[in-house]
Design a protein around this ligand. Structure first.
Ligand code: ASP
Ligand code: MG
Length: 419
C-alpha cells in the first residue's frame, strides 16, 4: 500500500483535479490519497474565522467567496445532473453556517480548528465524487475519526497508539483499492476537531504511512522535486535526486518549504521512503528521501527566509544571560507560539531570529521590556546555506549587510538586510 499526498496547488481548480485523476488512473497498487484544502482556501478560511471571532461584519462576504470558489470548481468538473455532489457540498456549507451563527466561545484556537477544517472536508468530498464519476471508486474517510489528538488546538499532538488502532480498523482495503481522506485535520476522543499545524497535510501522510506500514509516501507538488533552493526565489536551482532522512530534517527545520518538518520522523522510524514528485510531470523521477548508507556529496542547498525579526535582549540589571534567564525567555517565546530560527548569546546579551508575527508583536515586545533592554530589526532575511563554499556565500551575501553570521562544519547562516 502506498500513500499519495496532494497539496492545495494540485487541487486548486477543475483542471488540476482532472490531472490528479490521470495520475491515479495509472496506479495499480492499493492507495490512500491524502488531500489538502483547495488552492489558498485555508488562508480564506483563516480570514473567515477572523471575521467571525472579531465580529467585523464581513463574515457573510468571506463565506460567500469561499462558496463561490468551490461551486465554480464543481461546475467545471461535473455536468448539471450531478445533484449528488452539490447536495453534499451544500450540506457541508450548512454545517459551517451553523457554526458561524453561534456566539464564538472565548477560545480562538478552538473556533479556528472548527472553521478551518472545512477546507479539507470540502476538497476531499469533491475529489472523491469526481473519482467516482470517472469510474475509480474511492472510499472517503473522515480522518477525524481515526487520527486522535489532545486538545492543543491549532497544533494538536497525536496519540499514536489509539490512532494506530483506529486507522488499522478503518483502512482495511477489504472492499476498495483506494481511500480518499483529509490531511492536516484530526479529532479528539470527544470528537472535537483539531488541526496539526499549518501545512500539516504532509505530516498526516507520514503518520498514516507509519501507522499502517505503507511501502512509500509520495508528495505531489508543483516543483520537480527537492530543489537546491526555492525556484520561486532563485532561477539557477537544481534538483537533488536523493537525500537522507537526517538531511531532510535539517533542511525542513531550517525553513525549506518542500516538506513539513514533522513529516520525517514517522517515516524515518519505519524506514519508509518518501518521494517528492511533480504533478505536472508525473513520469519524471523527482526526489527521494530515504535511508542512505553512502555519504552523499551534495551541492550547496540554500534557504532564504524573509520577514524575519531579529532581537537582541540585554538584562536591565546587567546580569549574565545564564540558564535561568534563557529558560524565562524560552517560556515567553512558547507562550506566543514563536519559533526560534536562530540564536546567539554573549555574556550579557541574547540575540535571536523569529518569524515576524505582527499579531502578537506588541504584546510580546512589551513583555520582554519588563526585564530587558530590547533592540530589534524588523523584516530582515535569514539565509541558511548547507554544504557551503566561499563562492556561494559571496554570491548570496555580497549585496547585503550582514547582521549576524554563524558557521558550523556543514552549515553557514546569515541574518542580512538588503542594501
Ligand atoms: N490546508 C492546510 C494549510 O494550507 C494544510 C496543508 O495544506 O498541508 O495549511
Ligand atoms: Mg496548503
Amino acid at each position: 500500500m502506498n500513500i499519495y499526498k496532494f497539496g492545495g496547488a494540485s487541487v486548486r481548480d477543475a483542471e488540476s483535479i482532472k490531472n490528479l485523476f490521470q495520475i491515479l488512473n495509472t496506479q495499480k497498487t492499493n492507495l490512500i490519497i491524502v488531500v489538502s484544502a483547495m488552492g489558498k482556501m485555508t488562508d480564506a478560511l483563516e480570514s473567515l474565522c477572523h471575521h467571525y471571532f472579531n465580529k467585523t461584519g464581513e463574515t457573510a462576504q468571506a463565506l460567500q467567496n469561499i462558496k463561490e470558489y468551490h461551486f465554480n470548481i464543481i461546475r467545471n468538473l461535473f455536468t448539471g445532473d450531478d445533484r449528488e455532489v452539490c447536495e453534499k457540498i451544500e450540506r457541508l456549507f450548512a454545517d459551517l453556517e451553523a457554526v458561524l451563527e453561534t456566539e464564538p466561545s472565548l477560545c480562538y484556537d478552538y473556533e479556528y480548528d472548527r472553521i478551518i477544517s472545512f477546507g479539507e472536508l470540502l476538497s476531499t468530498t469533491i475529489v472523491a465524487a469526481y473519482l467516482e464519476k470517472q469510474g475509480r471508486k474511492a472510499k472517503l474517510v473522515d480522518i477525524r475519526k481515526c487520527i486522535k489528538t489532545d486538545v492543543n488546538y491549532r497544533n494538536a499532538n497525536v496519540n499514536p497508539e489509539l490512532s494506530g488502532q483506529l486507522c488499522r480498523k478503518v483502512f482495511t482495503f477489504q472492499d476498495t483499492f483506494m481511500y480518499v481522506t483529509q490531511g492536516f485535520i484530526a479529532g479528539t476522543t470527544t470528537n472535537q476537531t483539531t488541526t496539526l499545524g499549518r501545512e500539516g497535510s504532509d505530516y498526516t501522510a507520514a503518520l498514516l504511512a507509519n501507522l499502517l506500514d505503507a511501502e512509500s509516501v509520495t508528495i505531489w507538488k508543483d516543483v520537480p522535486g527537492i530543489m537546491s533552493a526555492d525556484p520561486k526565489q532563485y532561477d539557477d536551482t537544481e534538483i537533488i535526486p536523493k537525500l537522507s532522512y537526517r538531511e531532510a530534517i535539517e533542511l525542513s527545520n531550517f525553513g525549506a518549504k518542500v516538506i513539513h518538518p514533522k513529516t520525517i520522523k514517522p517515516i524515518q522510524n519505519k524506514k519508509i521512503p518518501l518521494y517528492v514528485k511533480s504533478f505536472l510531470h508525473p513520469d519524471a523521477p523527482g526526489s527521494v528521501i530515504r535511508e542512505l548508507d553512502e555519504k552523499l556529496k551534495l551541492p550547496p542547498i540554500y534557504i532564504d527566509k524573509d520577514h524575519q525579526l531579529l532581537l537582541t535582549l540585554t538584562p536591565r540589571d546587567f546580569s549574565f544571560i545564564a540558564e535561568e534567564k534563557l529558560s524565562a525567555i524560552f517560556s515567553i517565546l512558547a507562550k506566543y507560539r514563536l519559533k526560534l530560527n536562530l540564536m546567539q548569546n554573549s555574556a550579557i546579551s541574547f540575540s535571536f531570529c523569529i518569524d515576524c508575527a505582527d499579531a502578537v508583536f506588541d504584546d510580546f515586545i512589551r513583555e520582554l521590556k519588563d526585564e530587558y533592554e530590547v533592540l530589534y530589526n524588523k523584516d530582515v532575511r535569514l539565509i541558511t546555506i548547507r554544504h557551503y563554499n566561499d563562492a556561494i556565500i559571496r554570491r548570496l551575501t555580497e549585496d547585503k549587510t550582514i547582521l549576524v553570521e554563524q558557521k558550523s562544519r556543514l552549515t553557514a547562516r546569515f541574518v542580512v538586510t538588503n542594501n
